[in-house]
Design a protein around this ligand. Structure first.
Ligand SMILES: Cc1cc2nc3c(=O)[nH]c(=O)nc-3n(C[C@H](O)[C@H](O)[C@H](O)COP(=O)(O)O)c2cc1C
Length: 280
C-alpha cells in the first residue's frame, strides 16, 4: 500500500481531507510508515553504516549555525550495561545493536567565546532551549535516516530520570546535558503503527483554536481503541483511579502525567552551569 492517500489514512485512521493522487516521495513514505521498534535481532550495525547515519544526522539544520549537539555513541559494554541496569523495564536499551545519547551542548560555544576573549551574553533559559532544540532536531533526523535505511529506532527520554548517573557514566562535562538516548538496530518485528491525533486538533489556521478539541480527541480515542485496545490490566495507576470501563489514549495520557517526573531537572541544569535568568 504505497499510494499517498492510503498511507495518510493508515497514519491518522482518517482519509485525507483533499484528494492526494500522487505517489509519496521516499522520505514521505518513510515518515508516514514510522513505527517505534522495541524488539531487535542480534545483527550488528557496522562502523561504516554508523558513520553514514551520523553524516546524515549531522546535516540537520541548527539554531543560528551554533551546532549545539553532542552525540555519545555508547560502545563500551560496561557503560552500556550500566545504562541498561538503570532502566530495567526497557530491555531494548540492552538488545539494540547500538545506543546513542543525544545531548544539548552549551559548553562548546562558551569555550569558543573564552578562546576568542569575547563574553558569552546569552546566559539564560534561551541557551538551554537552543541546545535542547538542536539535540531534538538531530535525534529526529537520526530516526528518519535510520528508518530510511531499514533500521528500527526507539528514543529513550527515560535517561533523564537518571541525570546524575548518565552524566557520570558518559562523563558529560558541565553545560552538556542528556536530552534522550536512541536505540538503533535491525527490527525483530514489524511493530504496530500508532494513530496520530487528527490535524483538526494539532494544526491551527492563523490563530490558536482548540474549541472542538475535546470532542475531536474523544473520537480519536475511539478510532485508536478500535485498532488497538489497551487491556484492563494495563490501565495506569488503577490503584488510585480505578479500572475505567472505556480506557482510551486521552485517559491513559492523563493518568501517565498525573505524577511528577524529573522534579530535579531545574536543579540539575543549575548545578551543571546553566542559568534561567540573565544576570542583572
Ligand atoms: C523524545 C522521545 C522520547 C521517548 N522516550 C521513550 C522511552 O524512554 N522509552 C520508550 O520505550 N519509548 C520512548 N519513546 C517512544 C514513544 O513512546 C513513541 O514514539 C510513541 O509511543 C509513539 O509511537 P510511534 O513512534 O510508534 O508512533 C520516545 C519518543 C520520543 C520522540
Amino acid at each position: 500500500m504505497d499510494d499517498l492517500a492510503a498511507l495518510i489514512e493508515t497514519r491518522f485512521g482518517l482519509p485525507p481531507r483533499l484528494p492526494q493522487p500522487h505517489h509519496p516521495t521516499e522520505t514521505e513514505a518513510t515518515m508516514l510508515r514510522h513505527r517505534i521498534c522495541r524488539r531487535y535481532t542480534d545483527e550488528p550495525i557496522d562502523e561504516a553504516t554508523l558513520e553514514r547515519l551520523l553524516a546524515a544526522t549531522l546535516s540537520t539544520p541548527a539554531k543560528s549555525d551554533l551546532q549545539q549537539v553532542a552525540i555519545i555513541v555508547v560502545d563500551d559494554p560496561a557503560r552500556r550495561e550500566r545504562i541498561a541496569e538503570l532502566i530495567p523495564d526497557m530491555p531494548w536499551i540492552r538488545s539494540a545493536a547500538r545506543f546513542l545519547l543525544f545531548c544539548g551542548d552549551g559548553r562548546r560555544i562558551r569555550r569558543l567565546s573564552g578562546h576568542h576573549g569575547v563574553p558569552f551574553g546569552n546566559d539564560h533559559l534561551d541557551a538551554v532551549l537552543n541546545a535542547a532544540s538542536d539535540a531534538a532536531m538531530h535525534l529526529s533526523s537520526c530516526v528518519w535516516a535510520a528508518e530510511a535505511m531499514g533500521l528500527g529506532t526507539c528514543p529513550i527520554s527515560v535517561v533523564r530520570n537518571h541525570l546524575d548517573e548518565i552524566t557520570e557514566i558518559c562523563e558529560l562535562p558541565p553545560r552538556v546535558f542528556p536530552l534522550a538516548g536512541l536505540c538503533l538496530g535491525h527490527r525483530a518485528d514489524r511493530g504496530h503503527q500508532v494513530l496520530r491525533l487528527p490535524m483538526s486538533v494539532t494544526v491551527h489556521r492563523d490563530r490558536y483554536d482548540d474549541g472542538d478539541a475535546l470532542a475531536e480527541v474523544d473520537a480519536y480515542d475511539r478510532r485508536r481503541d478500535a485498532v488497538f485496545s489497551i487491556p484492563a490490566d494495563k490501565q495506569l495507576h488503577a490503584d488510585r483511579f480505578g479500572v475505567a470501563p472505556f480506557y482510551g489514549w486521552s485517559l491513559d495520557k492523563a493518568r501517565q502525567t498525573s505524577r511528577t517526573e524529573r522534579a530535579d531537572l531545574a536543579d540539575y541544569l543549575l548545578r551543571r552551569g546553566f542559568r534561567f535568568h540573565p544576570e542583572g
